[in-house]
Design a protein around this ligand. Sequence first.
Ligand code: BTN
Length: 251
Amino acid sequence: RALLVPGGLWRELDVLPETGSTNADLANRADEAEGLVLVAESQVAGRGRLDRRWTAPPRSGLAVSMTLAPNEVPVARWGWLPLLAGVAAASAVSRFTGVEVRLKWPNDLLVGERKLAGILAERAGSSVVLGIGLNVSLHEEELPVPTATSLLLAGAESTDRDPILRALLREVEEWYTRWRLAGGDAQACGLATAYTDACATIGRRVRVELPAKPTLEGTATGIDDEGRLLVAGPEGQVAVGAGDVVHVRPA
Ligand code: BTN
């Protein structure tokens, strides 16, 4: 609780030694006012995007979820929330640990080509639950997949979890407040620019697996008003949602 700034967005922070999934826990509290934060030392049923799982040895990382409810922002623009979380997490990590982080669309945090953190945004009632999983002190043999990495492996100046969490909450609050005051207009509040600057996918060749459609190959050119990735392919420009599988091709 010492982490919370009175009068700020975050009004309750709980830390659990173990739970299934912090996202699932907060989804059950989606009808409460926004600003809940839940941290788990260990998750036994951590959820990832696209029905994947998120696993990490106990206390080796940061598993945190928060609730947001930007009611006056048109729902179509809520697609920017996970991207906002990516920008906030990347800047908190870079600033606090000195590790240079880039984003893979929509919101994986990468160090080089390896994944340091993932973000899962889920709608629950009139809220969005934003969950962030960050690999902090995992050693090579503890990585869930060889293409992952951790702050420790990336040579971070510090692997202290509390200050990283504090920096993360501050960054999310700052961006969220700006975005919300701008009515969810990512261009107007500078979020679109910040995202594009941090994103390693834009400008690259990508292969997109679309449900019930042929695989699309093209160049990622930018992000639209709803947070979708724009891909220029042989048949013109296509907007790709976060539910579609996007592979970034080696340069
Ligand atoms: C992904 O990269 O697929 C997203 C991973 C998100 C993991 C975090 S850990 C905290 C929160 N609770 C969950 O069950 N998932 C998210």
